[in-house]
Design a protein around this ligand. Structure first.
Ligand code: IPM
Ligand code: MG
Length: 356
């Protein structure tokens, strides 16, 4: 098969982790007889430096016409002083919205080889961690009006949170469909004791649930959910939640599996074209030092193969190669433990390639 992949290397460690992922994809292409063409799409701080804006029209066009999009990470302290409408992150938000990617899927699964890196008590970790956060990605506070004004000698800022039923319904369907193929439990997370948007969220999710009588639906307030994720993560199968809550809880969920550096994500809309990225940020403190863990991005590449290209065997080969490299003892700094072989980004990529 021939596929065109838009490549956003981004800022900080982005170029390093994307570079290793492309090497892994090349190994897949060779082994399975595919042809992947990579088209660069600058986005983020580097695009602000080169073009004055975080997402140039040409990059957006590249992403909208490619078969799928691979992204490293964007942002960094260098661009903190940018006006909020021109920050690197705005490029990412504009891209998600322009591509119509309303569902963000973030698996939280603990690799058995990494149990030593799990920050939870051993008896809690032993019950297993294997759930998926389904995050609504193009609504809520992120996409409401943002204003800062001045009155009575002080500044005032407002961010508007809004959700329409159809925005809730479509992501709820994804969550229930996914639960059907897993352990058949959806936990919907909201703050319906305080927020109107959450009350609408809960009501709409309940309506969608009627179409999935074989799937159990539970509701949980977001503050309680943040606590339950560290108290007993084994109770979760599929979590579905709105944009901001999903942003926060998915960082928490990833870290209890050992390291945020291990977790991929996919963002999808109606078609097969998706955006695939690790869930961590650009880590400017270790950028360019060959220290970053490329596994989150490499596994995002595997998700692309599976969900956008329908290449299940190829995706499985990448995941198996990651498992095998971990079993052989190779560890980047974020997941290193006594007895492991400490390797850099480049070497980890090579160890995974060798096992494809
Ligand atoms: C994420 C990130 C982004 C988000 C930032 C970079 C805008 O934290 O993908 O979780 O908040 O969605
Ligand atoms: Mg985040």
């Amino acid at each position: 098969m021939k596929k065109t992949i838009a490549v956003i290397r981004g800022d900080g460690i982005g170029p390093e982790i994307v570079g290793e992922t492309l090497r892994v994809l090349d190994a897949v292409a060779e082994k399975f007889g595919h042809q992947f063409t990579y088209v660069e799409a600058p986005m983020g701080g580097n695009a602000i430096d080169a073009f004055g804006v975080p997402l140039p029209d040409s990059s957006l066009e590249t992403c909208l016409t490619a078969d799928s999009v691979l992204l490293g990470a964007v942002g960094g302290p260098k661009w903190d002083a940018q006006p909020s409408a021109n920050r690197p992150e705005r490029g990412l938000l504009k891209l998600r919205s322009a591509m119509g990617l309303y569902t963000n899927i973030r698996p939280a699964r603990m690799f058995s080889e990494l149990s030593a890196a799990c920050p939870l008590r051993a008896d809690i970790a032993a019950k297993g961690i294997d759930f998926v956060v389904v995050r609504e990605l193009i609504g809520g506070l992120y996409f409401g009006e943002h204003t800062t004004s001045e009155a009575d000698g002080e500044q005032k800022a407002v961010d508007v949170c809004s959700y329409a039923e159809h925005e809730i319904r479509r992501v709820a369907h994804v969550a229930f469909g996914m639960a059907r193929k897993r352990r058949k439990r959806v936990t919907s997370i909201d703050k319906s004791n305080v927020l109107d948007t959450s009350r609408l969220w809960r009501k709409t999710v309940e309506e969608v649930a009627k179409e999935y009588p074989d799937v159990e639906l539970l509701h949980m307030y977001v503050d309680n959910a943040a606590m339950q994720i560290v108290r007993d993560p084994s109770q979760f199968d599929v979590i579905v939640t709105e944009n901001l809550f999903g942003d926060i809880l998915s960082d928490e969920a990833s870290q209890i599996t050992g390291s945020i550096g291990m977790i991929p994500s996919s963002s999808m809309g109606e078609g097969t074209r998706g955006l695939y990225e690790p869930i961590h940020g650009s880590a400017p403190d270790i950028a360019g030092q060959n220290k970053a863990n490329p596994i989150g991005t490499i596994l995002a590449g595997a998700m692309m193969l599976r969900y956008s290209f329908d290449m299940a065997a190829e995706a499985g080969a990448v995941e198996a190669a990651v498992d095998a490299a971990l079993k052989a003892g190779f560890r980047c700094g974020d997941i290193w433990n006594q007895g492991g072989t400490l390797v850099g980004c480049r070497e980890m990529g090579a160890e995974i390639c060798r096992r494809i």
